[in-house]
Design a protein around this ligand. Structure first.
Ligand SMILES: [Zn+2]
Length: 492
């Protein structure tokens, strides 16, 4: 292995080794069992002072291009050098301005007293509004991170030919990918379910994407679109241009701009939130937000990481299951009370139902254990079980094997939470939780969002609000807390 000279390397916790981003890596090349998911790691040479000063100054100077504002947090910027990175960024932003009408820029953070009151909060509720972003969701930022990485690699390798890109998605991610790929001059194949909305399919075609319709019944286990996407990556050697961090770490690099923006906006308002509630499907959104916040905390720019709460729908909740399995492992290791564990001899549907009943019946026991993991996160009491989780990841995260997923917030009904491992760590460290939200709460959340804000948000886009309603109901979040949410997708 050549020496890694960048200030930011890629680290795989399963391989326990560093990789060089210049080696054109999207997923970890390690093939044995365990959670092989690349994440950025700052080298000793990473100049924290310079990064901190630059971010603060850019913010005060009113820089609105988030990718320029936070370029010190980007692995691609360190790989390429800031000068070349910013030049490349400007070129791509200009192309987006002409093709999509807008470049990527800081999106609004709105304080919503009426919605706070309707949700049962007595203090502040802040909503980050992504519905006006390119193609109407946060997904474009993630993929802009990937486009910058791809173009950064080309710049380092004498402008080698552009490769074919692939994405799997049920809508917004494919749409965002098509806009970003077009700006970069790349051919994109979008693997989408054959039930995809006609308007979305048309928007994909308009942007030059090749639409690959995949029937739902096309696999025995796991998302057929995802499996078709994986086959194309392996057999045709296409680039995984996806919002799943296990396949493509660089999408998290782009997604981090969202969390970083919110932290800076709150700081500018002189406000603080004690918790964030984030909707989880594939997990990239919540992972990217938590990581960005943690990075700004390390630079001493933003105050400590708020408690990270995530929610999934009762129709599909593989991440909540992984979270409960992790709590059970921590409880076992520390001989603490936790009256649930997964019975591998049982049927999946029965085990999922038993877990749901436990979650409803025992919020206090769950909160007590969440508090314990937060207090002892850096100690052996939590780190030792986490190492076991990493080694035996397949016993914690596996494709959804309950009833066929259905629900109003259909954009978060992923079969698998691809970005589960780092997200799990962030939640355990912060003292937040993962919760299952029943269907009627998504309907209420969507109604309240439209009644009390001017944001045209989709049911999936405001699914975090449904999680907040649930967490207030169970007394897990107190009415006196300040909360942050993300409205991530436009209503169509
Ligand atoms: Zn690995």
């Amino acid at each position: 292995m050549r020496q890694i000279t960048s200030d930011m390397a890629l680290y795989c916790p399963a391989c326990q080794r560093l990789y060089d981003p210049r080696d054109r890596l999207f997923g970890c090349p390690g093939a044995d069992t365990g959670a092989h998911i690349l994440t950025k790691q700052w080298a000793d040479t990473f100049d924290r002072q310079k990064a901190e000063t630059s971010i603060r100054r850019n913010w005060v100077d009113g820089v609105t291009d988030s990718f320029a504002l936070f370029h010190h947090l980007s692995a691609t910027s360190h790989m390429l050098g800031a000068g070349r990175y910013l030049q490349l960024l400007n070129t791509l932003q200009d192309r987006l301005r002409s093709s999509e009408g807008i470049p990527f820029q800081v999106t609004p953070l709105v304080q919503t007293p009426a919605l706070a009151g309707a949700a049962g909060l007595k203090r502040g509720l802040w909503v980050k509004d992504e519905t006006g972003n390119i193609t109407g969701s946060h997904k474009g930022r993630h993929l802009m991170g990937s486009l910058l990485y791809l173009e950064g690699l080309r710049a380092l390798n004498q402008k080698t030919a552009r490769q074919v890109l692939a994405i799997y998605s049920c809508g917004n991610a494919a749409l965002a990918a098509s806009a970003v790929a077009r700006a970069g001059g790349y051919e994109l194949h979008a693997f989408v379910p054959d039930t995809v909305e006609k308007t979305v399919a048309q928007m994909l075609t308009d942007r030059g994407a090749v639409v690959e319709m995949i029937p739902r019944g096309a696999s025995d286990g796991g998302d057929p679109c995802y499996l078709a996407f994986r086959r194309a990556i392996e057999e045709k050697k296409w680039v995984p241009f996806s919002c799943s961090g296990n396949d493509n770490w660089s999408n998290i690099d782009g997604g981090e701009t969202l969390g970083a923006e919110m932290a800076m906006q709150l700081r500018a308002d002189g406000a603080e939130v004690s918790c964030l509630v984030i909707q989880v499907g594939g997990g990239a959104l919540a992972r990217a937000i938590s990581q960005a916040w943690a990075a700004l905390e390390r630079l001493e720019i933003s105050p400590h990481l708020p408690r990270i709460y995530v929610c999934q729908a009762a129709g599909s909740y593989p991440f909540v299951r992984a979270y409960y399995l992790a709590l059970a492992a921590i409880a076992r290791y520390n001989t603490l009370d936790f009256n649930w564990d997964y019975e591998r001899s049982g049927t999946p549907a029965a085990e999922l139902e038993r877990m749901r009943c436990f979650a409803e019946a025992s919020p206090h026991q769950i909160t007590a254990l969440a508090d314990f993991t937060c207090r002892h996160f850096e100690k052996d009491a939590v780190q030792s079980p986490l190492k076991e989780i990493l080694r035996h990841s397949e016993q914690f995260m596996w494709p959804w094997d309950g009833p066929l997923p259905a629900g109003l917030a259909h954009g978060i009904l992923d079969d698998l939470t691809y970005d589960w491992y780092y997200l799990l760590r962030s939640i355990l460290k912060s003292g937040g939780q993962a919760v299952i939200v029943e269907e009627e709460k998504f309907q209420t959340a969507h109604r309240l969002a439209h009644e009390h804000t001017k944001i045209n948000v989709s049911p999936t886009g405001c699914a975090g609000l449904a999680g907040l309603l649930k967490l207030i109901d169970t007394g897990t979040i107190a009415p006196t807390e300040n909360v942050g949410l993300f409205f991530t997708g436009i209503g169509r």
